[in-house]
Each structure stands twice: as C-alpha cells, then as structure tokens.
Design a protein around this ligand. Sequence first.
Ligand code: DC
Length: 232
Amino acid sequence: MEKRLTITVDGPAGSGKSTVSRILAERISYMYLDTGLLYRAIAYKAMQRGISIADDEALRELCDGINIPLEADGDMRVLVDGEDVSGPDFIGTRTEEIGMLASSISAVSAVRDALLPLQRSAGEHGGIVTEGRDMGTVVFPNADVKFFLDADVDERARRRYEQLVENGGNANLDEVKRGLETRDYRDTRRAVAPLKPADDSVIIDTTGIDIEEVVRMMMVIVKERAKGVGAG
Ligand code: DC
C-alpha cells in the first residue's frame, strides 16, 4: 500500500475490535496499539499499590511511569515503571475485575490528559492500527480511516466469556453480560471522551459475522483509502 495510514478502531467491549485490529495490523504490516491496555495497566498498578481512583496525583504519577517501546515486529508492549504488563502470558491486566476498574479510572480527566500525548506520539508517523473508545473522536481526529465496531450485547458477552475461559479463568456468562452492560453505561455516559462513533467513521455491526469477514470488509476500505480513493 502506498500511504502509511492512521487507522482507528473504536467500539464497546466484546465488539471484536482487539482481534480484528491485531489481524488487520499484521496483514498490512502496521503497528498495533491497544489503548485499553494502557488504562488496564494503570488499573492494575493502582490496585497493587492501593491507590484510590480519587487520588488524581498518584494516578498521574502512574501514568508518568508508562512506556510503550516500539517493537520491530509491530507487537505492542506496555511497561509500567519498567515492568512489562503486556506479554501474552501476563493475564494480570486482562481480567474482568481490572477491565471494570480501568473503566472507572478512564473517566478520570487527569488520567486521560496524561495518556493523550503518549498515544499521539505512538501514532505520529502513521502506519498504525489503534483501538480503543476515543481513537477516532479525540486521540486521532484526523485519522485516514475510522472504524466503529459494535455487536449485540448477548453476542459480545458470549465472545468475552469464551475468551476468559480460553485464558484459563473462571467465568459466568450472566455475570460477564452484566459486567459488559455496566461498562458500556459508564464508557458511553462519562463526561470526558465518551465512547461514540466519530461522525466520519465506518460503522460495522459484527453480530453474526465471523472475524475473517470483518477483516475482509475493513481491508477493502483501507486499500481504497490508501490509493487515495475516498470510500465515503
Ligand atoms: O478495551 P478494553 O476492554 O481493554 O478497555 C478497558 C477500559 O478502558 C474500558 O472499559 C474503557 C477504557 N478505555 C478508554 O476509556 N479509552 C480507550 N481509548 C480505551 C479504553
């Protein structure tokens, strides 16, 4: 592809955005940035250190300790005070409990302000697929291609449940669904950078569509944009 694009993928938990973003990045040899992991890293450390979500100063200090070293293979790593909290074997940041705390912490302005420049500098040269809740609206408002993925809450709960079981965790489908609904509510209603599609995003409802098909749909749009052919 001719131009190194900035591609954003936003959507609620369980919409499939992490899986498809990673595959898309791999296929086009772009860097992959999972911004949910940054909020999860802060949540994980805050829990370990007993830091309250009301303690803006301590949370900001945690953010200052975050580092995203760029990997040659395009894989993303997140270090907090030198500790790698992102490896495939590191499940501490991937639990539902930490997802829920990350959702609360992500509503704190001091945290969002501190993480903003970090995310922008990771994407400043393009050639990146970046996923989260506010990629197309706040972090990369001038992105070349913006996707918003969504899916029916029952399907999202089922996917999330399967993922948790696959990772060796204990999970209950009803609880997972209730957790997703709570997070959706919080992430869409918060005052700062709430989850919503950017006006110029391509919205894909992934309910009943398999991953390969979603990636294929995205690739068509990405290739058109890379050639400078507008796709809507
Ligand atoms: O995508 P995820 O489940 O790993 O994200 C965890 C939480 O982090 C999510 O509930 C809301 C928050 N988040 C955010 O506010 N903004 C982002 N760009 C990414 C995640």
